[in-house]
Each structure stands twice: as C-alpha cells, then as structure tokens.
Design a protein. Sequence first.
Length: 223
Amino acid sequence: MPGPTSIQELEPAIVARKDGGGGGDLPPTGGNGGGGDDKNRGRRKPSPNRYYTGVAIGIVAVLMFFMALASAFLVRKGGADWVPVRIPALLWANTMVLVVSSATLEMARKRLGKSDSAGFRRFWLVTTVLGVVFLIGQVAAWRILLREGIYLASNPASSFFYIFTGAHAVHLVGGVAALLFVAKRNFSQAQVTQSVAAEVTSYYWHFMDALWLFLLALLYLGR
C-alpha cells in the first residue's frame, strides 16, 4: 500500500501552481468568466418595435394637433369677418408632386427588398428631391397670396390657410431630414437596420401625404 504523501512531494506541485503551471485546469474566478457574454449582450441591436412605437406615437401626436386646428377651423368658419381664400392653382401641382413622392418611396423600398442597393438609392433620392420641390412650391404659393395682398392677419380664413400649410410644411421638413438620414447613414455601425429605418420613414412620409390631402380638401370645401 502506498504511504502518506510527504510535504516534500507536495512542494513542487504548489510551486507549479504559483508559477502558472497547470493553471488551465482551474475554473475562472470572480465575475470575469461571463464578461465576454455581457459585452456581446450589450452590443445586440435593440428590437425594431421601439422604432415602430416611436413613429406611431409621433404620428398620433401630429394628428391630434391638426385635428384640434381643424375643429377650430370648422367652428370659426362662417363668421361675419370670414373672407374665403382663393386656393392658388400651384397647390394642385404641389399635391401631385407629393403623391408621386409616395410612389417613388415605395419603389425604393421594393428595390431594397430585392437587395438592389443602386435602385434603392436612386428612387430614395428622387423621393427626397420631390419632397424639397413640394416645400419650394409651398413657398411659391405663399408668395402668390402675398402679392395679392392676402396676409396671415388679413382675416380668419387667411390665418387658417397659412397656419395649416405652414405647420404641415414644418412637419414635412422633418420627413425630408429622415429621408436624408437613411440615405447617408452607415447602417453597418447603427443600432437599426436599413430596412427598418426605411420602413419607419415611409410610414411617416405616407402619413404626411395623406394629411396634406385632408388639409387641402378642408381648405377647398370649407371656403
């Protein structure tokens, strides 16, 4: 039978442990063992639902704002000091530009779904340019009214016209900024994918298109 292990026999093993020998057999100590997993978890992209929720909240907030203005418009319309504003013909051309921009936006998204990066960028750029053209057209329409002597404070009807069209233009500027962001962003280093960003932006853009059609009908029929 083997005899008890002497202290002299244990000393080389203890020294080897201290010098690093055999250290590979030791389990990880402290909380460092899971450090790599923690870093990987921190780098995971967030759920796309947060972006869909964010744009939905933004759309609802904008819709409530314009519905409040529309209610005030309908209540105020017909007063003794109400002088209907002649809708500049340029607004109809601007409307067509905005409608076409929604179509080109969907074409861009289809190209993205087919992994056609060049086609996506081309139609996305066309959409952005059309959005800028619409804004320029709105400014031109305001200048037409100003030349006719119709100002913001001329009467309640003109006030609502400038407020409706001006507020919509301001919100559309945000849409153009989102289009530029998607066009220029390097999504390989972003927390959101390009397809999600394009889809979220399209929701807002189509909403602004539909909102403008509603406002134009309200201004035209509520004269």
